[in-house]
Design a protein around this ligand. Structure first.
Ligand SMILES: [Zn+2]
Length: 347
């Protein structure tokens, strides 16, 4: 089969399109014939390299993908070949205390397809049967590939960690990123008002279309002053940050009493100087978040399939043009998800 493979090169990895054997599903596993896969920041980190983390290269990237069930491994029941599915990207041991209490993302053996084992940038992918999410008839498989990781991440940040409430004011950085597109819609769904920041006027416009009430281009405007003006000096209730060094320190000063800042990444840098005075003076919470539970993944999927949350697709590339898709991601000229067409809609 055709598969994208990342091979070790220097500190990171190098993308290649290769022919490799079709994988066989083991006990409890299912083989999916992939229709569409979506790019995530993870794919770029694998190529760039992450200090202190070793990807098990060579590896097939692709955390998000959809397709049809192709073959069942030993012991798998209740799944019909031909079923249209997308895949929950996170898997865990299923036996430990966090797993037993429905917090799979805290499992010490938690992993992600396309990060810790082969993912979906290939004609076939093998996944754990419990990770299959059936896609309703009439819901297109390209959109089904465009939401699992980012909408789960944003849902867990806002609903579980920050516990957003109706009427609260939420600031979301980098409006066009996959997580921020999802976070904007999720905060809106929960009845919060959203302000977004973005690096171009066009992305600000799309952020407003995506449900934000206020947007600021941080290259031409002062987002700190704009956020203060937007809240009438009361302060923000929640900040969703995955930018890090460039935004997080100022964010703490913008929060209202009892405010929460939740972070899932540090794209601009992971080391920064923080003044902790507002943290205790204003009873703030600084929260970290990675992925979410399998239950949350299914909850998010139901909202997507019912149309209450809407995956946003930026662009589509054939599998053969995976390098071009990565260049597009690296350019940051993106609003929503970049998709790879592998087999296309087959269901
Ligand atoms: Zn576990």
């Amino acid at each position: 089969m055709k598969a994208v493979r990342v091979h070790p090169k220097g500190e990171g990895g190098e993308l290649r399109l290769e022919e490799i054997p079709v994988p066989e599903p083991g006990p409890g596993e299912v083989r999916v014939r992939v229709a569409w896969a979506a790019l995530n920041q993870m794919d770029r980190w694998m190529c760039r390299g992450v200090p202190g983390f070793r990807f098990p290269l060579p590896l097939t990237p692709g955390c998000d993908f959809s397709g049809t069930v192709d073959a069942l491994g030993p012991g798998v029941a209740g799944v019909e070949p031909g079923t249209r599915v997308c895949v929950a990207p996170g898997y865990s041991c299923g036996a430990c205390l966090p797993c037993g209490s429905g917090r799979q993302n805290l499992c010490r053996r938690f992993g992600i397809y396309g990060e810790t084992r082969d993912g979906g940038d290939a004609e076939f992918a093998v996944v754990h049967a419990e990770n299959l999410i059936p896609v309703p008839d009439g819901f297109p498989l390209d959109r089904a590939a465009a939401f699992p990781l980012t909408f789960l991440t944003a849902w867990h940040m806002l609903v579980d960690r920050a516990q957003v409430r109706p009427g609260e004011r939420v600031l979301i950085h980098a409006a066009g990123s996959g997580v921020s597109v999802a976070a904007t819609q999720i905060a809106h769904l929960w009845g919060a008002a959203v302000m977004v920041t973005a690096g171009t006027a066009e992305k600000v416009r799309k952020g407003l279309e995506n449900g934000a009430e206020k947007g600021v281009d941080y290259r031409t405007g002062d987002w700190v002053a704009e956020a203060r003006a937007w809240t009438g000096k009361a302060g923000l209730d929640v900040i969703v940050d995955h930018v890090g060094a460039d935004t997080l320190p100022q964010g703490l000063w913008l929060l209202a009493r009892g405010g929460r800042l939740v972070t899932c990444g540090v794209t601009s840098g992971r080391s920064m100087e923080l003044n902790l005075a507002p943290l205790f003076f204003k009873s703030l919470s600084l929260l970290g978040s990675t992925m979410g539970s399998l239950g949350e993944q299914k909850e998010v999927a139901a909202h997507v399939f019912d149309g209450r949350l809407q995956p946003v697709i930026d662009s589509r590339f054939p599998l053969e043009k995976v390098a071009r898709a990565h260049e597009k991601m690296e350019s940051r000229d993106v609003f929503g998800k970049i998709l790879l067409e592998v087999g296309g809609e087959t269901g």
